[in-house]
Design a protein. Structure first.
Length: 239
C-alpha cells in the first residue's frame, strides 16, 4: 500500500511496483483525486480513499485497508508542505495507520533532509492542525523518530525512513535538482527487496545508502514521549 499515490513520489512508486508485478493498493484524498488513479486501478490496483488531515478519515482509511487484507508493506508517502495540516498528514496519519492496520512485514516512512533542522520538542503542538504549531522540518523529524520507535518496539517488522532528496514533484517544484527516479527507488527497494541491506530496520536512507539522522531520532526518551503524545491525541496506543 502506498499513501498519497495520486501524484508525485507516491504515484511513481505505485506505478513502478505495479509494473514489476506486485499487488498494489493506492490511496487518494477524495473521490476526485481517485479519478487520477483510474489507469492504475484498471491495471489491477486496489484503492482506499480518505483525507489524512482528519482523524476520522484516517481511521476510515485503516478500516478500508484492513478489509482488503494484511499488507506485506506500507509506504507512508502522503505529505504536505506549508499547511496547517503538516502535523496531521505528515505525523499523525502515519502513526494512526501504523497503529490500526494489520501489522505488515515492512514499513517505510517518508522523511526529508530538512528533518535535521527540525525542533525536538513536543510541548504546545496542535496535532489537529487547527493552529500552525509545527513546521515541515519539525514534522519530518517527528516522523523519522516514529520510524525508529516502531523499529525498536516491533522487532518482527522492518521499519525505515527515506529522504528522497529534493525532487521535481508538485511539492518540490519543477526546478528541483535531484533525480526523481532515485527519489522513489529507495522506497520500493525497502518495501520489496531481499537485498540484505534492505532487510534491516531502524535506518534513515537516502538513495539506498544509510545515513545518520538527527540525534533525537534514536533518543529512547524522545521516542517514548512522542508515542505517548500521539496516543493521547488519537486515543490509540501503539501496542
Amino acid at each position: 500500500m502506498v499513501t498519497g499515490s495520486a501524484d508525485g513520489l507516491g504515484r511513481a512508486a505505485a506505478e513502478t511496483l505495479l509494473r514489476a508485478g506486485h499487488e498494489v493498493v493506492v490511496h487518494a484524498r477524495n473521490a476526485d483525486r481517485l479519478s487520477a488513479l483510474d489507469e492504475l486501478i484498471r491495471a489491477g490496483a486496489g484503492a482506499v480513499v480518505g483525507d489524512l488531515a482528519h482523524l476520522g478519515e484516517m481511521r476510515d482509511v485503516a478500516e478500508q485497508a484492513n478489509r482488503l487484507g494484511r499488507m506485506d508493506a506500507v509506504i507512508h508517502d502522503a505529505g504536505v508542505l506549508g499547511s496547517r495540516a503538516v502535523l496531521p498528514v505528515n505525523v499523525v496519519a502515519p502513526y494512526l495507520l501504523t497503529a490500526l492496520m494489520q501489522r505488515p512485514d515492512r514499513l517505510v516512512y517518508l522523511s526529508s533532509g530538512m528533518h535535521y533542522s527540525g525542533h525536538a520538542r513536543l510541548g504546545g503542538l496542535d496535532w489537529s492542525g487547527g493552529r500552525a504549531t509545527g513546521s515541515y522540518s519539525d514534522s519530518k523529524l517527528l516522523v523519522t523518530t516514529l520510524m525508529a520507535a516502531v523499529a525498536a518496539r516491533w522487532p518482527d517488522t522492518l521499519s525505515n525512513a527515506v529522504d528522497p532528496g529534493w525532487v521535481p514533484t508538485r511539492m518540490g517544484g519543477r526546478g528541483a535538482p535531484d533525480d526523481l527516479r532515485l527519489g522513489h527507488l529507495t522506497q520500493e527497494w525497502l518495501a520489496t527487496s531481499e537485498d540484505p541491506d534492505a532487510l534491516t530496520s531502524g535506518g534513515y536512507w537516502h538513495h539506498q545508502r544509510r545515513r545518520e539522522p538527527h540525534p533525537s531520532v534514536h533518543d529512547e526518551h524522545f521516542q517514548r514521549d512522542l508515542l505517548d503524545e500521539l496516543a493521547r491525541f488519537t486515543g490509540v496506543g501503539l501496542t
